[in-house]
Write a protein that binds this ligand. Sequence first.
Ligand code: NAD
Length: 359
Amino acid sequence: MIGSFTFENLPCRVVFGSGTLASAKAEIERLGGKRALVLTTPQQEAQGKSLGAALGPLYAGIFPGATMHTPVEVTERALAAMKACEADCVVSLGGGSTTGLGKALALRTGVNQLCIPTTYAGSEMTPIVGQTENGLKTTVRDAAILPETVIYDVDLTLTLPANLAATSGINAIAHAVEALYARDTNPVTSLMAEEGIRALARALPAIAAKSDDREARTEALYGAWLCGVCLGTVGMALHHKLCHTLGGTFDLPHAETHTIVLPHALAYNAPAVPDAMARISRAIGTTDASQGLYDLAKRLGAKLALRDIGMPESGIDKAADLAVTNAYWNPRPLERNAIRELIARAWAGEPPVTIKAAA
Ligand code: NAD
């Protein structure tokens, strides 16, 4: 039975396909932009410059300094670059780090953003930015943060190495998994969530087997878009909070942390969300959703243990304390002992199990 729900469609224009980067100039003009500042990481500077050349007179310059966690000092340098070249809009070409910088600039100046994602992180679909200052990460949600236009070009994802595609893809799946049991879940977002998981779970093994499989790359990017919409539309729960805490406290890599934690966080929530478990299982073609996600990560050759990505064993208790300190909504109440066990298993790389509440 369909219950009551609220659904808010976020206003964002999406251009999807192969060769769609060629429409960047027209899309900037459509937004009324006259001078575009291109943003990239140092690794993608050359790609940004060739996009700049294609923009012709609309190209105002490039700021190739985007980095993880959107540090405020980097945003300030980008603001100065915007001012120096009199840019009236930004073009973010890259993964979640570059998208984050474009969002931080839009939050401060109100400029329009054309976002061209090259990973599966999904940030381009959300009105949220996480920024760091003096080692502290704070999250802001504001309508001005959502990019106006997003160009998905499959061709740009072909250079994303298979190992990064694997973890970035499971990072995307995590958005859809939590959307299926979000407090404000709704039937439309759930449709996108199930389809997003299905597309990625099918595409990622094909990419691992053949990195330049265009059909699989297309399906993965399509799935990533759907999962990004889920992240932007409904609230997240334990999994995202845990990854935020672990990443921030132990400086762990974003997508790999999501990949390792997801099966365990889902196993924790499993008893409270039977419908979501059934939909996730159906989408990945398994009988047990959390074990299925663990098996998928293993099959893709992803790391399965937090200890292998830099988390110290001594951090398990600290992470468990932090996970229950700031109360937030989760379908299953937050129980410190069970969460500690969840983190310990993820630290050691063991398969996920549902830890019962202490009697
Ligand atoms: P990333 O943007 O940090 O990219 C990782 C590396 O891969 C970079 O060096 C980048 O230049 C390179 N790269 C990206 N695309 C490539 C390609 N196609 N080919 C070759 N190299 C490529 O990683 P990410 O996982 O996309 O983003 C992580 C960041 O995004 C985190 O800071 C996270 O907090 C943020 N994020 C925010 C939201 C949100 O809604 N605010 C959502 C998801 C992620």
